[in-house]
Write a protein that binds this ligand. Structure first.
Ligand code: FUL
Length: 488
């Protein structure tokens, strides 16, 4: 007789869509701010810049993409158009583009070159298309929205698969606007009609997530410092961001981004346990003070150690780490930035290559239906489809790892099985010291990834206690590491 089938736990609360689940695996990827600002030394172009200014002297998409891959980035998001309106591809819907620059005699297409180089390096490509366009004569009127959508169609149909489409929130105000040189205000609630605009991406790039301050797929973390809240829930009270919305959250569509702007930064930073939507956070931050390259900032590049801190504060709290590394006037990543990126990657490798958990005997206070498919060994099999779980009424539970000989550790990683939602509220990590259990660390919220650093400890056993939760735990992974540099 075959053993009776043990049913998996029911999902708790909101759960990620397939595209969000795939995005969660990306964790660390790069941002490329490149355009006329690179050549004018500005952060926000006015829109009247001469396209002739754009002329990288030694552009090398492979230098950028191969360094990104070597640094552990899983993708690159390019500012195809920033607020100044200059398009890095020869868009049919503006004159303000690479077509009118001396670079490759107007025959160049930077979006093509970067997306192709990403494909060659086995990393993903994403597009940033600024809704605000300070060059476009029709900005503020219906014609511009039409052109904006056509540009989105170009980007989503002519450059292969995108993993993310990025909409920044800056909008309105003064600009060149085809020579009008005036201030134009838009009604944020209605002007872009985002619901219609987003359908373009859903239609042509169903696998791509869309980022804006409040989604629909990925939310802003509420600051540009690269720091997620502790805890940082992937769920959010989208109704608080969009009061009055009566739609269906499951479609992932929201009516507009307006209330996100007026929203509580803390809510974006920490999320909301009990929120109705799955809306995970992305931490965007630059490796330098500015988003665009400025020679004057060459000695202000973040160090590998600072990047590692950002990693712990973003990926380590269940969010993603979007690190901007701006190409310089040559059209390459500057040597100092490359050095930092590769140094950061070496640190990650040093820390994460040896997972001590794999050397332990693992047991649990309870296993769901005593079934092998939910056994604690699933925490160590590196398979994202498997997890340890307990019976429905066993919300508090614990897992113990027993080592054959003492190990030294100072970092523990936990992952929840996201298709079943965020279930754990509070957990504690302990190490065995003689006859006692000592607290190594504790926290609330696990989600995609939770990294907990603690005192360097030598021990023969580690215990993960799930103290409270909204439903029985479904833990996907535990990793135990030793960062020798942190121990010094
Ligand atoms: C903001 C923009 O205004 C900045 O220039 C930069 O692109 C940043 C990532 O997003 O909204």
């Amino acid at each position: 007789m075959p053993a009776p089938l043990v049913t998996p736990p029911q999902p708790h609360g909101p759960v990620p869509t397939t595209r969000q689940l795939q995005w969660h695996q990306h964790e660390f990827y790069g941002f490329l701010h490149f355009g006329v600002n690179t050549f004018t030394d500005r952060e926000w172009g006015y829109g009247d810049e001469d396209p002739a200014l754009f002329n990288p002297t030694d552009f090398d998409a492979d230098q950028i993409a191969s360094t990104a891959a070597a640094a552990g980035m899983t993708g690159l998001i390019l500012t195809c158009k920033h607020h100044d309106g200059f398009c890095l591809w020869p868009s049919r819907y503006t004159q303000h583009s690479v077509r009118h620059s001396p670079w490759k005699s107007g025959e160049g297409d930077m979006v093509r070159e970067i997306s192709d180089a990403c494909a060659r390096q086995g990393i993903r490509f994403g597009a940033y298309l600024s809704p605000w366009d300070r060059n476009h004569a029709e900005y503020g009127r219906p014609q511009y929205v039409d052109d904006y959508r056509k540009q989105l169609v170009e980007l989503t149909t002519e450059y292969g698969d995108l993993f993310e489409v990025w909409f920044d929130g800056a909008n309105g105000g003064d600009g060149h606007y085809g020579g009008a040189n005036e201030t134009r205000h838009i009604d944020r609630r209605t002007y872009y009609d985002w619901e219609t605009t987003w359908q373009i991406i859903r239609k042509h790039q169903p696998g791509a997530v869309m980022f804006s301050d409040a989604g629909p797929d990925v939310r802003w973390v509420g600051n540009e410092k690269g720091i997620a809240g502790d805890p940082c829930w992937s769920t959010l009270s989208t109704k608080a961001l969009y009061p009055g919305f009566g739609g269906d959250w499951n479609t992932g569509f929201e009516p507009d981004m307006v209330n996100a702007w007026a929203s509580d930064g803390q809510m974006l930073n920490e999320g909301d346990r009990g929120g109705e939507g799955w809306l995970p956070a992305e931490c965007d931050v630059s490796v330098r003070p500015g988003w665009f390259y400025h020679t004057a900032e060459d000695d202000q590049v973040r160090t590998p150690e600072q990047l590692l801190e950002l990693y712990f504060h973003s990926v380590g709290r269940g969010a993603s780490f979007l690190l901007n590394v701006p190409p310089d006037r040559r059209g390459r990543w500057h040597e100092r930035d490359v050095e930092s990126l590769l140094g950061f990657r070496r640190r990650l490798d040093d820390i994460f290559t040896r997972d001590l958990a794999c050397e332990a005997q693992i047991s649990a206070s309870q296993t769901r239906g005593n079934a092998d498919e939910f056994a604690p060994g699933r925490l160590l099999d590196a398979d994202p489809l498997t997890y340890w779980s307990t019976d429905d009424d066993q919300v508090s539970a614990e897992v113990t790892l027993q080592f054959p000989s003492p190990v030294t550790l100072n970092l523990i990683r936990l992952r929840e099985h996201l298709p079943l939602g965020q279930r754990v509220d509070k957990f504690i990590l302990q190490t065995r010291q003689g006859d006692e259990w000592q607290t190594f660390g504790q926290g609330s919220a696990i989600g995609n990834c939770r990294l907990l650093r603690g005192q360097t400890t030598t021990t023969t056993a580690v215990r993960i206690g799930i103290l409270t939760g909204a439903a029985c735990p479904a833990l996907q992974e535990i990793g135990i590491f030793y960062d020798s540099d942190a121990a010094e």
